[in-house]
Design a protein around this ligand. Structure first.
Ligand SMILES: NC(=O)c1ccc[n+]([C@@H]2O[C@H](COP(=O)([O-])OP(=O)(O)OC[C@H]3O[C@@H](n4cnc5c(N)ncnc54)[C@H](OP(=O)(O)O)[C@@H]3O)[C@@H](O)[C@H]2O)c1
Length: 322
């Protein structure tokens, strides 16, 4: 099967690339990775042009999104234009060319304070980002698509820059922070983007879409729960023995809990939305570990990436990166 990954230079797109190019996975499918520029989901002409020049695409994994949660409060137009209108465009083309659609949505569509949420839990997005993602979901739910999957995930992180995991480590290493403050009244399910990527590739590779897995909405997060504070503390303690350039990092930055109200961020965040992933794992016979186990895998991959970057820099510029 020919599979197109949109938003391919974002963290989930990069993780899907890693998974399908990893020799252990050897997918039988052919993947195309399109950047924002190659396949802008707000530009129907550009999108159709791409499909016509890459014929026989049978599946799209939509990783393209506006993901700046605070930015969405200031610029709701752009958030809706990408997360809702963009998805409507995808639906239109997937209907026209009979393409299966995997779309990534968020825990931020659920009503806050329900605790453990399954796919039947109440929907009530708490902020503009969540509302725009819910709007995107509705275009798919109300479509005539034959094969569609909305995978709701949460707290995505990876070794690639720009997410909670890398921001915590950057603050500890680069800016040599003396202490960190992280909220303890935001509780959710951290999700390693590579685990989500493996799940999607597995569904496609083993043809579960044609057998056990019916079109629909599925939670797809890391197992278990944590506060942001717990998550940060685990990242820092897990990274203690990371070796960069042969030397252990020995990060010893203390983390102190604060409350969301102390930060006064433009967008509200849910206080407690924990994902119940049972539905999808009824149909996909792979085991999923607790989020803390996935975190240690991410730390190892982060360490390997850092050392690779340092080596490359030395070869290219003849001096040390740090
Ligand atoms: N990050 C999280 O914590 C989280 C949690 C729950 C759900 N999700 C969902 O998971 C999915 C993947 O998230 P992620 O963390 O991988 O996000 P990401 O790193 O921000 O990647 C999003 C990608 O979408 C691209 N993009 C933006 N506008 C586009 C457009 N109009 N057309 C095509 N591409 C466009 C971006 O490209 P540019 O950078 O060039 O604009 C970027 O490469 C998203 O649907 C997100 O809503 C994320």
């Amino acid at each position: 099967m020919k599979v197109l990954v949109t938003g391919a230079y974002g963290q989930l797109g990069r993780c899907i690339y890693d998974v399908v190019t990893d020799s252990y996975h050897l997918p039988y499918d052919e993947y195309f990775f399109a950047s924002h520029k190659d396949f802008d989901i707000t530009n129907l002409v550009c999108m159709e042009g791409y499909l016509l020049s890459h014929p026989d695409i049978e599946c799209i994994i939509n990783c393209a999104a506006y993901t700046n949660v605070d930015g969405a409060e200031k610029d709701p137009y752009t958030a809706f234009y990408i997360n809702s209108r963009g998805v409507q465009n995808l639906v239109q083309l997937c209907e026209k060319y009979d393409i299966m659609l995997f779309h990534i949505s968020t825990d931020y569509v659920y009503k806050d304070g329900q605790g453990i949420c399954n796919e039947e839990s109440e929907i009530e997005p708490i902020n503009i980002y969540g509302q725009s993602k819910r709007d995107g979901e509705l275009h798919i739910i109300n479509s005539k698509l034959k094969n569609w999957y909305i995978l709701r995930t949460s707290w995505l992180y990876s070794e690639y820059p720009g997410n909670f995991f890398t921001k915590i480590l950057d603050q500890c290493t680069r800016s040599a922070a003396h202490n960190l403050t992280v909220v303890d009244d935001e509780i959710g399910s951290p999700t390693y983007a590579k685990s989500l990527a493996e799940l999607i590739v597995c569904i496609i590779q083993h043809g579960y879409y044609a057998t056990t897995l019916k079109s629909g909405i599925y939670n797809a997060s890391g197992n278990g729960m944590a506060s942001r504070y717990d998550f940060a503390a685990n990242i820092i303690s897990g990274a203690y023995h990371i070796k960069v350039n042969g030397n252990e990092l020995h990060i010893k930055v203390p983390v102190y809990p604060i409350k969301q109200a102390d930060l006064n961020l433009p967008a509200k965040r849910p206080h407690c939305v924990v994902m119940d992933n049972k539905k999808i794992y009824q149909y996909i016979p792979i085991s999923r570990d607790h989020w803390s186990y996935d975190l240690s895998t991410c730390i190892t991959n982060y360490e390997n990436n850092m050392n690779h970057k340092i080596k490359e820099y030395k070869i290219l510029y003849g001096k040390d990166l740090y």
